[in-house]
Design a protein around this ligand. Structure first.
Ligand code: G3P
Length: 212
């Protein structure tokens, strides 16, 4: 499973990217809004930090706005992938952008059917929001498992991004079930790195070294 960071914050993207395991970045309108900065400028800076797919989301809900915004965002850098919500207009936009050679990430996916339709429309990635499914009283990991199984069964090229990851076990389970990618907030990445026995082990080694 490849690890993407789910963030629009340049400092944390840089800090995570410097550790070497970040293969891509996903943003969304809420994450970008938190930064209070120019959207295109933020995307340019992210593209300079990480050499991998960088998801940028359209805001417009009608087909024409989606295509216009997608073309503007795609012109920023060849690594930009256009995030489009799965709606009727969204699927139509995914199909058109695929024909134009622009990669898309179908977002706000909450059912296996939405994921399958987006893949068949030509999405390069689909993003099931597993944490939000859990929040809604359903099983986000079960949804992820269904999508990974269906995509494997039909040898679909579309990659699955486990999104809306809330804690380290979400990442472990996503990897266990064969999700291609997990996009993870920096706070959760930090929890994945840390283990109390690693800290205790370092402490003990240093103590023993001092007493040698
Ligand atoms: O970027 C999409 C997704 O990861 C959002 O997560 O925590 O807002 O549900 P969250």
């Amino acid at each position: 499973m490849r690890i993407f960071i789910d963030s629009a914050n340049i400092e944390e993207i840089k800090e995570a990217a410097d550790m070497g395991f970040i293969a891509g970045v996903t943003t969304n309108p809420s994450l970008v809004a938190k930064e209070h900065r120019d959207y295109h400028q933020v995307l340019k800076e992210i593209c300079a930090l990480v050499d991998g797919p960088i998801s940028a989301e359209v805001i417009g809900l009608d087909y024409e706005s989606m295509i216009r915004e997608a073309q503007e965002l795609a012109a920023i850098h060849p690594n930009v992938v256009i995030k489009i919500p799965v709606t009727e207009n969204g699927l139509r936009a995914i199909h058109t952008l695929n024909l134009k050679g622009i990669k898309t990430n179908a977002t706000l996916v909450f059912s296996a059917n939405q994921a399958l339709l987006a893949a068949r429309s030509g999405a390069s990635f689909v993003s099931p929001f597993i944490g939000r499914v859990d929040d809604n009283g359903n099983d986000g990991l079960a949804l992820l498992h269904d999508i990974v199984t269906i995509f494997d069964q039909y040898l679909l090229d579309t990659e699955v991004i486990a999104a809306s990851i809330r804690h380290p076990m979400h990442a472990v389970e996503a990897a266990r079930m064969g999700s291609h990618i997990a996009t993870i907030p920096f706070s959760v990445i930090k929890l994945m790195i840390k283990h109390p026995l690693t800290d205790a082990g370092i402490e003990k080694f240093l103590q023993d070294w001092k007493n040698k």
